[in-house]
Design a protein around this ligand. Structure first.
Ligand SMILES: NC(=O)c1ccc[n+]([C@@H]2O[C@H](COP(=O)([O-])OP(=O)(O)OC[C@H]3O[C@@H](n4cnc5c(N)ncnc54)[C@H](OP(=O)(O)O)[C@@H]3O)[C@@H](O)[C@H]2O)c1
Length: 380
């Protein structure tokens, strides 16, 4: 395993981190983790050198923390840095944060969470974090020795990312990054920004949740196959992330033992700044081919925002694009249902067309909202 130095802990962290959001499940039910296999996979990863494990309150309908805790019995807890997150959307008061945190310790059956993140910061969560004085709360937990390092995870846009980075002396942060999301969310610009400020970056969704590895469009499969160096799509994608020296560790949510083994091997060999120009060019070609399959030419410039009905228009268009780009992968509908609250789905568009007046791409956004609603409702 390759390791990278994490200065705040004066320790090395494995380049592969284990994300526990995609444990193997029984009968396709997210809440029914195949515990025996999940525990075997996590322990095998740790025995092979992984020393970073990431969980959250909501993963697997609340069962990820419990299974992670079980896997970390028998001496495994001491071998890893354990990361968990505060789901602020569930907190209605400052007292709720303390209750949720205590619940997490109980679910995990541990006394310390090494790496504690404010989960999924967006405008609303950030406002709540400030209103609830979350830094006082986190620093109190740090002083009590219940957490060691304070960070945040992020899925919103670059300007907010910069605001959040600048607002506090974070020990680390966590962003989505893969070769298709160079300019999406915090993106490479966010990675570099955090890097310049000396804040280590943990990467999530390096394989875009598996969309870069399964059901490849023919043209993409052909390009990978024609490359001089033969690599699996997972290896190309993980090596692309590992190439950035600003990346501390790469979380992958592995759902089979074979994936654990493959990712262990890949990240034992991928170094920073190790991709040649030729290799970068192949990845760019694949990225261009994916982009050519894009249905709606939204550039996520945000000119359409704010929407009077509070819809996150670029985000909804992104789901629609991904639906066609990644071969109608059911994961997209699953994510859509998980991350977009019902009242903020395209059906809530009032057709006021305020967004269309501002869209530099002249997209018929109201019609597209209707198309998305129809397409996704049929597939539920
Ligand atoms: N804080 C947040 O807001 C947040 C949000 C998202 C994720 N996370 C964390 O970040 C972790 C990583 O994100 P992610 O799970 O989306 O990572 P990812 O690596 O992009 O996606 C994981 C999926 O990729 C596929 N996969 C993994 N290794 C593979 C291989 N070698 N070959 C082929 N396919 C492979 C599997 O899909 P199949 O199951 O289809 O085989 C797996 O379920 C999560 O597990 C979670 O801990 C945090």
């Amino acid at each position: 395993m390759n390791y990278r130095y994490f200065k705040p802990a004066v320790t090395q962290i494995s380049l592969l981190g284990f994300g526990t959001m995609r444990f193997p499940v029984l009968q396709g039910q997210s809440g029914s983790i195949d515990e025996d296999l999940a525990i075997k996979m996590l322990r095998h990863a740790i025995d092979s050198g992984v020393n970073y494990v990431d969980t959250a309150f909501m993963y697997h309908e609340g069962h990820s923390e419990v299974v992670t805790g079980k896997a970390l019995k028998d001496g495994y807890r001491e071998k890893v840095l354990l990361a968990d997150k505060m789901p602020l959307w569930m907190a209605k008061s400052e007292e709720d944060m303390a209750r949720i945190f205590d619940d997490q310790l109980k679910r995990l059956d541990v006394s310390i969470i090494d790496m504690y993140l404010v989960h999924n910061i967006n405008e609303a969560i950030w406002a709540r974090a400030l209103k609830f004085n979350i830094f006082d709360f986190l620093e109190k937990k740090k002083a009590e020795g219940k957490i060691h390092f304070i960070g945040f995870s992020f899925h919103d846009e670059l300007p907010l990312f910069k605001t959040v980075i600048d607002a506090y002396a974070w020990d680390f942060c966590q962003i989505q990054l893969n070769f298709m999301d160079i300019k999406v969310q915090a993106g490479v610009a966010g990675l570099k920004y955090a890097g310049e400020k000396g804040i280590p970056v943990i990467v999530m969704e390096p394989l875009k949740g598996g969309k870069l590895t399964d059901a490849l469009p023919e043209i993409i499969a052909d390009t990978w196959a024609k490359a001089e160096i033969k690599r699996s799509p997972a290896e190309w994608a993980l090596r692309w992330v590992a190439n950035f020296p600003e990346v501390l560790t790469i979380l992958s949510g592995m759902s089979t033992m074979a994936q654990v083994d493959e990712n262990l091997t890949i990240l034992s060999h991928a170094g920073p700044n190790s991709l040649t120009d030729k290799e970068v060019a192949i990845i760019e070609q694949v990225s261009d081919e994916y982009n050519r399959l894009t249905k709606v030419s939204c550039t996520a410039c945000q000119y359409c925002m704010p929407c009077p009905a509070k819809l996150s228009i670029p985000n909804l268009l992104n789901y629609y694009n991904e639906w066609f780009l990644y071969d109608q992968n059911p994961k997209i509908i699953k994510d859509f249902n998980m991350f977009i609250p019902e009242k903020l789905r395209p059906e809530a568009c009032t057709g006021c067309r305020a967004c269309e007046e501002k869209c530099p791409q002249h997209l018929p956004i109201s019609d597209l909202m209707r198309d998305i609603a129809e397409e996704f409702q049929q597939k539920k």
